[in-house]
Every structure is written in structure tokens, then in C-alpha cells.
Design a binder for this molecule. Structure first.
Ligand SMILES: *[C@@H]1O[C@H](CO)[C@@H](O)[C@H](O)[C@H]1NC(C)=O
Ligand SMILES: *[C@@H]1O[C@H](CO)[C@@H](O)[C@H](O)[C@H]1NC(C)=O
Ligand SMILES: *[C@@H]1O[C@H](CO)[C@@H](O)[C@H](O)[C@H]1NC(C)=O
Ligand SMILES: *[C@@H]1O[C@H](CO)[C@@H](O)[C@H](O)[C@H]1NC(C)=O
Ligand SMILES: *[C@@H]1O[C@H](CO)[C@@H](O)[C@H](O)[C@H]1NC(C)=O
Ligand SMILES: *[C@@H]1O[C@H](CO)[C@@H](O)[C@H](O)[C@H]1NC(C)=O
Ligand SMILES: *[C@@H]1O[C@H](CO)[C@@H](O)[C@H](O)[C@H]1NC(C)=O
Ligand SMILES: *[C@@H]1O[C@H](CO)[C@@H](O)[C@H](O)[C@H]1NC(C)=O
Ligand SMILES: *[C@@H]1O[C@H](CO)[C@@H](O)[C@H](O)[C@H]1NC(C)=O
Length: 628
């Protein structure tokens, strides 16, 4: 996953591997030439295999909602390295006017041949709608579709300032890497069914238009009124992402926001590449120098993305370590993508406390940087703004401000190629600010606590490598009435993402090929608790886990042979829904794919009764291409 790496680099890797056991370079990024599961399972017709991202299916549209499917772009990404993004014009569908109950972006890909994984993004007028990475093809071909809920960008989809959709996917095609990515992008719009529009959009408000005590404006739970991109101005030629090169490389955009803004959230998109693709397994530079290694993958294994507003720290997060499909062992990700690889997680930073700095009608700087980052990070953001419908002016002020400190402890031990490197990092922040709009005077308090610990260990003269990362981030956003201090709304989020990797690399054979064995478990767990005083309380839990183990025979960056097993358990539940999916794969084939789904009626007569559906597919023929 090195969008800027010229092909020469791959050649260099090969040469170096023959000269030194550059084990600090493992895990690496590989291209897999192995035939697809269709061939190995003896299926006679060489049909493209469907690849999967076994996650929660995009929420169902309400029954009887009007539906419009809008194809926007279709493009074959062949030699697109260094080329401007592919473009198409976009306008909302006449047949399905907003407001929409649901909008889905569908990003479909088909490819055959041999190719590396690539990073791609979709932007509408410079605001990012999807960050994705591609699967690696097989000679028989693979295809997949990423479906992302993009309802939160309704304001932009409804009235885009320029109506230009851009897709960037830098690919290289030559005699060896023949795969051309055929991409098509479309949107599905679902309107609100008549019975919902007639009954009012929610149970709140309608019954009690003038509540006695202050409540959060209903729009708090609806998509923003305006979305401003915080992205590269020269995006039309180089892609709208900022390309961050080092820890002092802070990239920013000046934005002017309407003076009627009463709430602001910055949504950050991020993906690490080149020397930082496997940042969570990088040793410190000291180890690389002492052993005369040539790898650029250093600077140890802690990274944190920081958002600032006019040079004030405004929020930060440790990015979820997404493994692209060529990473660690590409056979692990056939046909199930690693967590987040097809739809990279985005990170919301509540900026409402900073409205006091922002609502003066002047331009202000929103900046993004990566603590300890090395080349290169593709980062950009969308600023979601909610506007006061009945006043052109809010007044606001930032509360007492102190820059939250990052405390970081590093313990490094090394002896030749053996070494043990641990890092513990912690950052606590507490920010607040008040905003007086036509809804009232509310104070927003944002309390965040981030804790991470990282271990990278080499044993057996560097042949064995262990990587452990544990990142945990708790955030609490509390909105109070400024006058009474009474809590009117609260959102608590707890996110955890442990990763554990053990790798053993055997000594190369005389022909330079070598065997790598790896065991990997990683997971993403997010719990959210939202409360609006007098309106509702909602809880949602996600636990998504993958375990993969196996070996591969490698020559340079090519996988020649191997055998692997990958399992994934995805569990999501909230007050009304529950969705479990367990998938079991071996050597490219789906052995079982079990889905359990249940939901309870929210409102009498509107939803079907609670029901339970279990699908169990046995064998690749049935389960391989199951779509939900
Ligand atoms: C990609 O598109 C080209 C041009 O339409 C077509 O020839 C090729 O077969 C497509 N590849 C795949 C894998 O569908
Ligand atoms: C960091 O990257 C920026 C942008 O490429 C560059 O101008 C600067 O010199 C770099 N700083 C260091 C310390 O390498
Ligand atoms: C690294 O290179 C230096 C200079 O060539 C040499 O003295 C040293 O022994 C080498 N270290 C290792 C660990 O190979
Ligand atoms: C808006 O704010 C400006 C100063 O910030 C003030 O002079 C003006 O009177 C305000 N307008 C309204 C309609 O409140
Ligand atoms: C290295 O890995 C091998 C294979 O998993 C294992 O048997 C051995 O105990 C490991 N050595 C160390 C020091 O962890
Ligand atoms: C809003 O509330 C804060 C905190 O109580 C107060 O300092 C501020 O003056 C209030 N703003 C307005 C415009 O009333
Ligand atoms: C992977 O796990 C299996 C079973 O727990 C174990 O036998 C094997 O040694 C492990 N391999 C590595 C490379 O740690
Ligand atoms: C791959 O490895 C397996 C197990 O060692 C072996 O049986 C098979 O022949 C190998 N396949 C190729 C193409 O080398
Ligand atoms: C799916 O269900 C079958 C039958 O109950 C069971 O044998 C299999 O282990 C399950 N698979 C997973 C991945 O949980």
C-alpha cells in the first residue's frame, strides 16, 4: 500500500532480502498470485469470486420508501499512478427529493490478474465520502461492493456547490502487475414513506412543541446543515487528501463558517502508507541503526492523529490499525477483508466548544498532524455544521483552556537483532464552551481519555516477532443548560482495539524464497450510550473480531504458496436490533457463514414483529458469494 512508491522499490526490496535478513521489514506488503478458491475447489467455470466485508449491513430503508438508484461514475484504473482523480458530474435525483431517510454509496470493483492492494477515496466537491483499500485480484478475477451509509452528508448531496465527484486510485500496470481496477460508483436514495412524513419525523417535538425545561434541538440527531471540506486545495490534480510526511508536518485549511452555527463536528479520514503502513510494528530507529538495517520503517510504534483549531489542540485519536489486503499474509484476506479495509473507520471530533473562536465571520485554521508519523499519511476531514434556523447570529465563547499533555513512556532494550520495545501513552483532555442560539444558551463539555500501550519484540536473532497494541479511547460529550447547569444531553463512547501478532520467519532457501508463519488476532469494540433528557436513551455495542493463522512461501514480495485459516465474529446490538455474523474461511473458501439477526418492534404497526432469522451456509459453493 504505497501509493507513491515507484516500481523500482519492489525490486530493491527483493535485492535487500537476499543480502540481509531484514526481518524488521516483516510484516510486509505482498502480492498474491495464487489462483482463487474457485479454482482450488475444482469449480469448472472460472467465475470471479465475490470478496466480503462481513459487517453490519447498511440499515434497511423504511418499507414503501421511494427509491432512486443513481449511477455516477464508471472508470478503469490502469496506469493511474500520479494521475489526477477520475471525475464525473453529480446532481441529486429528481425522482427522490430530500429529505432522505437513507442514502447509500455503493463502490463496486472488478479486477482480474496480478496486482497490489491500493488505496482509494471518493470525494464530492472535495469532501470525502469514502476511504477504501482494494482487494488483490486472482487470475480468475475477484469482485466486491462496499456499501457505506452516507446519509450524514445529505446537505452536501442535496446541494453540492460544484457537483463534481472524484475518485482517486493510483495503480500501476506492467507485464507482471496486470490487474486493472474497474470501479463503478452509484448512490441509492430512499425517501421517507408517506406514513412517516405524515406522522412527523420523530416522536419528540410534535407532542410537546414548547417543553418547560430546555432540550436539545431535534436537529442534533439529524444530518448537519452544511458540510465544509478540510482537504487539499489542489485536489483536482493530486487528490484531496493531505499527504503528511513527518511528525512536524501539520496540514491545514482556512475555513469560514456561518455565524449562525450552533454545533460543529470534525470527521477525520486517515490511512497510513509506505513506511508507516505497519506503524504499530515499527521498531525504534536505534535498533535499525545498530543492526545496519536499511528499512525506513522506524520511529517506533506509537501514532496519534491530532486536530487543532487556530493552533489550539482540539482533539486526538490513535487510529485503528487497518491491515490492507496485501498486508502480513495476503492469503488471510481471501475472500474476507481485514477489519475496516473496505470501509476505513472515520473519527469524529466534537468542535462545538471552539465555536467561540469560529463564529466571527472570519477565516480560521483547522489543522491535522500525526504524532511520530513518518511518510506517509493520507489525511483529510469534513466539517459538519448545524445552523440556527431562526437567527443569523449565535454568540459563543470557549471556556477555560489548557493544552492537554501527552504523557509517554518508552522502554527500549536491544541486543543485536533481538529487542524489546514498549511504549505507554496517555492523554486526557477536558474542553468546554457555551453557545447561545435561538434554542437557548447551552454549554458543551468534551472530556476525552486516550490510553495506548505498544510492544514490539524480536527474539531468536530477530527471526520471531511479536507485536501487541492496545488502544482505548473514552469520550464523553455533555450538553448543559448554561443557566441551570442541568444536563440536557450526553453521549458516551468507549472504543478499544487490541491487536496481537506473532510472526516467525524462516531462513531463506538458496533460491531466496522463505517461509513466514503468522498468528494474528485483532478486534474493534465500540460502545455508545446516548441520552437526551426527556426524549430518549439509546445504547449501541459493536464487537468485531478476526483471528487468522497460517504460513506462506515468499519470493521477494510475491506469495508463491501457503495455507491459512481466518475467522471473523461480528456482533452488533442496540435497543432494537441485534446482528451477529460468524464466518469461517480456509485457503480462499468460505466454510461457514452464520448470520443471526433479530429486531423488536419500535412502534406498533410500523415494523414487523420481532423475528429471528438464521442462515447457515455450508461450503464455498453456497456461502462464498452470500450477500445480505
Ligand atoms: C474491466 O473493464 C474492461 C473495459 O470495459 C473490460 O474489458 C474488462 O474485462 C473488465 N475487467 C473485469 C475484471 O471485469
Ligand atoms: C517534514 O515534512 C515537510 C513536508 O514534506 C518538510 O518540509 C519538512 O522539512 C519535514 N521536516 C522534517 C524534520 O523532516
Ligand atoms: C554495522 O556497520 C558498521 C560499519 O560498517 C560495523 O562496524 C558494525 O559491526 C556493523 N554492525 C552490525 C550489527 O553488523
Ligand atoms: C450579530 O453579531 C454582531 C457582532 O458580532 C452584532 O453587531 C449584530 O448586531 C448581531 N446581529 C444580530 C441580528 O444579532
Ligand atoms: C519462536 O517461534 C517458534 C515457532 O512459533 C517457537 O517455537 C519459539 O518458541 C519462538 N521463540 C521464542 C524465543 O519466542
Ligand atoms: C451563556 O452562559 C454562559 C455561562 O453561564 C454565560 O457566561 C454567558 O454570558 C451566557 N451568554 C449569553 C449571551 O447570555
Ligand atoms: C500460532 O498458534 C498456533 C496454535 O495456537 C501455535 O501452534 C503456533 O506455534 C503459533 N505460531 C506462531 C508463529 O506463533
Ligand atoms: C504448496 O505447499 C503444499 C504443502 O507443503 C504442497 O503440497 C504443494 O505442492 C505446494 N504447492 C505448490 C504449487 O508448490
Ligand atoms: C455456523 O454454524 C454451524 C452449525 O451450527 C457450526 O457448525 C459452525 O461452527 C458455525 N460457524 C461459525 C463460524 O461460527
Amino acid at each position: 500500500m504505497a501509493p507513491r512508491a515507484p516500481p523500482l522499490r519492489h525490486l530493491l526490496h527483493l535485492l535487500l532480502l537476499l543480502l540481509v535478513p531484514a526481518l524488521a521489514e516483516v510484516p510486509d506488503r505482498y502480492a498474491s498470485r495464487r489462483a482463487g478458491a474457485g479454482a482450488s475447489a475444482g469449480l469448472s467455470n472460472a467465475l470471479a469470486q465475490e470478496y466480503l466485508d462481513p459487517t453490519y449491513p447498511v440499515p434497511r430503508p423504511p418499507p414503501a420508501a421511494p427509491t432512486c438508484v443513481l449511477p455516477v461514475l464508471s472508470y478503469s484504473f490502469a496506469n493511474t499512478y500520479g494521475a489526477p482523480p477520475a471525475k464525473a458530474s453529480y446532481a441529486p435525483p429528481a425522482g427522490c427529493p430530500s429529505p432522505w431517510s437513507l442514502v447509500v454509496l455503493a463502490f463496486s470493483v472488478a479486477i482480474a490478474g496480478d496486482q497490489y492492494d491500493r488505496v482509494a477515496a471518493v470525494w464530492l466537491d472535495g469532501a470525502e465520502l469514502l476511504r477504501t483499500t482494494t482487494a488483490e485480484p486472482t487470475p480468475d478475477g475477484v469482485r466486491w461492493t462496499v456499501r457505506r451509509d452516507v446519509t450524514r452528508y445529505s446537505a452536501l448531496l442535496q446541494s453540492p456547490p460544484g457537483g463534481v465527484l472524484s475518485v482517486m486510485l493510483e495503480n500501476l500496470v506492467n507485464d507482471q502487475y496486470t490487474g486493472v481496477y474497474n470501479v463503478s460508483v452509484s448512490f441509492e436514495f430512499y425517501g421517507a414513506p408517506a406514513y412517516l412524513s405524515a406522522a412527523g419525523s420523530s416522536s419528540a417535538g410534535a407532542a410537546d412543541p414548547k417543553p418547560a425545561s430546555p432540550t436539545l434541538p431535534e436537529s442534533y440527531f439529524q444530518p448537519a446543515d452544511l458540510i465544509l471540506p478540510v482537504s487539499e486545495a489542489t485536489g483536482e490534480s493530486n487528490g484531496f487528501w493531505f499527504r503528511i510526511q513527518n511528525s512536524s508536518d501539520s496540514r491545514s485549511k482556512l475555513v469560514t463558517i456561518p455565524s449562525s452555527t450552533y454545533r460543529a463536528v470534525l470527521e477525520v479520514f486517515v490511512s497510513p502508507h509506505s513506511n508507516d503502513e505497519f506503524w504499530y510494528s515499527n521498531p525504534p530507529d536505534l535498533y535499525i541503526r545498530e543492526n545496519n538495517l536499511t528499512t525506513g520503517r522506524g520511529n517506533a510504534a506509537y501514532r496519534e492523529v491530532v486536530v487543532s483549531v487556530d493552533r489550539h489542540f482540539a482533539g486526538s485519536f490513535v487510529p485503528f490499525p487497518v491491515i490492507y489486503t496485501g498486508g502480513i499474509n495476503p492469503l488471510f484476506w481471501q475472500p474476507v477483508a481485514a477489519l475496516g479495509a473496505f470501509d476505513l473507520p472515520t473519527y469524529d471530533v466534537e468542535l462545538t466548544p471552539f465555536l467561540g473562536l469560529l463564529v466571527d465571520g472570519e477565516a480560521h485554521e483547522i489543522a491535522l498532524s500525526v504524532v511520530d508519523g513518518i511518510a506517509e499519511w493520507l489525511v483529510d476531514a469534513n466539517l459538519h455544521l448545524w445552523l440556527d434556523p431562526s437567527s443569523s447570529n449565535v454568540s459563543a465563547a470557549l471556556g477555560p483552556y489548557e493544552t492537554p499533555r501527552l504523557s509517554i513512556t518508552r522502554r527500549y532494550y536491544s541486543r543485536r537483532l533481538d529487542g524489546r520495545f514498549t511504549i505507554r501513552a496517555k492523554r486526557k483532555s477536558k474542553l468546554s464552551g457555551w453557545v447561545k442560539s435561538s434554542f437557548g444558551n447551552f454549554t458543551t463539555e468534551v472530556e476525552a481519555e486516550l490510553e495506548a500501550s505498544s510492544l514490539v519484540e524480536f527474539t531468536e536473532q530477530g527471526r520471531n516477532k511479536t507485536v501487541r497494541l492496545q488502544a482505548e479511547q473514552d469520550t464523553e460529550v455533555v450538553v448543559r443548560s448554561s443557566a441551570t447547569r442541568k444536563v440536557v444531553g450526553k453521549v458516551e463512547t468507549e472504543a478499544k482495539y487490541p491487536l496481537w501478532l506473532e510472526m516467525v520467519t524462516e531462513d531463506p532457501a538458496v533460491d531466496g524464497t522463505y517461509v513466514t508463519r503468522a498468528n494474528l488476532t485483532h478486534s474493534l469494540s465500540v460502545e455508545t450510550d446516548a441520552e437526551a433528557e426527556g426524549l430518549f436513551e439509546r445504547e449501541a455495542k459493536l464487537a468485531d473480531e478476526q483471528a487468522a493463522a497460517g504460513w506462506m512461501l515468499v519470493s521477494g514480495n510475491e506469495v508463491l504458496n501457503g495455507s491459512v485459516a481466518t475467522t471473523q465474529a461480528y456482533r452488533y446490538s442496540d435497543d432494537a436490533w441485534r446482528f451477529d455474523r460468524a464466518i469461517d474461511t480456509r485457503d480462499g473458501a468460505v466454510l461457514s457463514d452464520n448470520v443471526t439477526e433479530s429486531y423488536t418492534a419500535l412502534r406498533d404497526g410500523l415494523e414487523p414483529d420481532a423475528r429471528l432469522r438464521t442462515l447457515a451456509a455450508g461450503g464455498a459453493a453456497d456461502g462464498g458469494a452470500m450477500e445480505l
